[in-house]
Write a protein that binds this ligand. Structure first.
Ligand SMILES: [Zn+2]
Ligand SMILES: [Zn+2]
Length: 385
């Protein structure tokens, strides 16, 4: 299914997008769609592969030119095959990225930016990790903490990241001569293509431990499953993210760790609809009670309040309980609780009720029924305006 969509459409960039825009678009999609993060969308994995393939082509100037001129078919005939057919977890990407070959082979380029980069020499910051956390509306109002657990690459404690069993020597890689890269020349209908790929023997380090670390099998890194307690600010809303610096993937060669992004999902509360900092709820009031006035119990996020329904309340009139909404993320003011009066007209009247209603109906005078609103005002109220 991945081969048919236009790569520019997949990434959501214009055809003249520059390298930075393409990179940004892929990073955004990858954060959103990585199957370890997005467990709600059953198509996330396919979409992620599609995005990764689009990025792999559009981020490579030669492939991009071929694609622009000859489309998907031109790429296939040019010998290009997508590399994203069979991964399941961040551990697989990690495998590809830190050696081990596998289905990713030369795909590390696509993930280099996302999972921490592979620049030779110097330190490299670790990649960011995104997880989702689901909380209740009450949690969001209180600002409780939530615990998340996720997969992250961390430095191997046994070998301190150099991949060698402690006390054993590390040799220069004989396959790439220490360069960390292999160049391959392929002949295609579109001319010769010179491609640099990460050396599969040393995984790009240029150095190979004579005796690989027994814990990390020579990678210098392990995949851990840390648990982190995240403090939520009171009033947080669905879809907001919290960034926790330094809790992402470990860096390379002493580089800093990436960050953890926690995407907050607030479960729907059947009692309320949230509107910014306000909460909206509805209470049923029988038509006679609406005419006479009454007191009803209205749920609040923590508890309940008694609310006076004034005599003569009309359908869809809204009463305000000040400060009973959600706390504002910024500032101290709380939102309000807006209570919509749902006037219920009695049905299935028995004989006595019917007689009472008939007497009541017959007694109506114009001033009982007069409203100061025009048709427009009445409709506006009915539609919640
Ligand atoms: Zn190790
Ligand atoms: Zn090598």
């Amino acid at each position: 299914m991945t081969a048919t969509r236009d790569y520019y459409d997949v990434l959501g960039v214009p055809r003249d997008a520059d390298e930075t825009a393409i990179k940004k678009a892929f990073r955004r999609l990858a954060r959103e769609l990585h199957p370890d993060v997005n467990r709600h969308d059953p198509l996330a994995e396919e979409k992620f592969k599609e995005a990764a393939e689009a990025y792999e082509v559009l981020s490579d100037p030669e492939r991009r030119v071929t694609y622009d001129r000859y489309g998907h078919e031109g790429l296939r005939r040019g010998g290009y095959a997508p590399n994203f057919d069979s991964f399941t977890s961040v551990a697989d990407i990690f495998d590809a990225f830190f050696g081990g070959g596998g289905p990713f082979g030369s795909a590390s380029g696509a993930f280099g930016d996302f999972f921490g980069g592979r620049a030779r020499g110097g330190t490299v910051q670790g990649g960011d990790v995104a997880v989702a956390a689901e909380i209740s509306l009450a949690d969001a109002a209180r600002g409780n903490s939530v615990e998340v657990s996720y997969e992250a690459v961390s430095l191997c404690e046994h070998c301190h990241g150099n991949g060698a069993e402690p006390g054993t020597p590390i040799d220069t890689c004989s396959r790439c001569g220490g360069a960390g890269q292999l160049q391959s020349v392929s002949r295609t209908p579109f001319g010769q293509i010179v491609q640099a790929t990460v050396c599969p023997t040393c995984g790009g380090d240029g150095r190979v431990p004579r005796e690989p670390c027994k814990v990390c099998r020579g990678r210098g890194r392990t995949v851990e499953r840390p648990r982190v307690s995240v403090d939520l600010p009171a009033g947080i809303a669905d879809g907001q993210r919290i960034r926790i610096a330094g809790r992402g993937h470990a860096g390379e060669r002493g580089g800093p760790s990436g960050d953890l992004y926690v995407l907050i999902r607030v479960r729907e509360d059947p009692r309320f609809v949230r509107d910014g900092d306000d909460l909206v709820t509805a209470v049923d009031v029988s038509a006679p009670m609406a005419a006479l006035g009454t007191t009803v119990t209205v749920p609040t996020i923590e508890d309940a309040v008694e609310l006076d329904i004034p005599a003569g309340s009309q359908p869809h009139e809204t009463l305000i309980v000040r400060g009973a909404g959600m706390p504002a993320l910024r500032g101290h003011r709380r939102g309000d609780l807006r209570v919509v009066v749902n006037v219920v007209v009695p049905r299935h009247l028995d004989r006595e009720q019917r007689e009472l209603y008939e007497r009541l109906a017959g007694s109506m005078r114009e001033h009982n029924l007069r409203s100061d609103e025009g048709v427009f005002g009445k409709l506006k109220r009915a539609f919640g305006g």
